[in-house]
Design a protein around this ligand. Structure first.
Ligand code: RP5
Length: 160
């Protein structure tokens, strides 16, 4: 049984290429994560069972990536009050470069929030950073590592 504070779930193994950026970003900040492939549409019962176990084993933030009719983040948010970050992905049959997934993820009904990040790789990186920032509200050392990451990124831009 894992004690990772961030859980990452994606709708298909075909999402792994993009979603690995979320786990790699967390790893670079010293945050462990667990990763699962589960689908709101294809494996709804297994998804519910997985979400039911999250809080009990210490997970504090959930990152969900899906493409197309991307209901995964919304379905997870419906089942937990843990903060849920949604990453819209570009499915093989994506419409308008992932606009389908963006709208499916972001347009949640009042009362069930999903913090939606950008489509694709940048969104997966930002989901990792945002999850770490949420954890850092009660972890000063982690907050320091995030600030250091910002400094390094800024230095790269300045140095061209
Ligand atoms: C979504 O459908 C998945 O998140 C994936 O982005 C997309 C295509 O899935 P596959 O047909 O490649 O399994 O549910």
């Amino acid at each position: 049984m894992t004690t990772s504070k961030v859980a990452i779930v994606m709708g298909s193994t075909s999402d792994q290429t993009t979603m690995r950026f979320a786990s790699e970003t967390l790893e670079s900040l010293g945050v462990d994560s667990e990763t699962r492939v589960l689908s709101a549409h294809r494996t709804p019962e297994a998804l519910r069972d997985w979400v039911d176990g999250l809080e009990g084993r210490g997970v504090r933030v959930v990152i969900c990536g899906a493409g197309g009719a991307a209901h995964l983040a919304g379905a997870v948010a419906a089942l937990t009050t843990l903060p849920v970050i949604g990453v819209p992905l570009v499915a093989p049959n994506a419409i308008a470069g992932g606009l389908d997934a963006l709208l499916s993820t972001v347009q949640m009904p009042r009362g069930i929030p999903v913090a939606t990040v950008a489509v694709g790789d940048a969104g997966a990186v930002n989901a990792g950073i945002l999850a770490a920032e949420i954890l850092a509200t009660s972890d000063e050392l982690l907050g320091g590592r995030i600030k250091e990451m910002r400094r390094r990124n800024a230095a790269k831009i300045v140095s061209g």
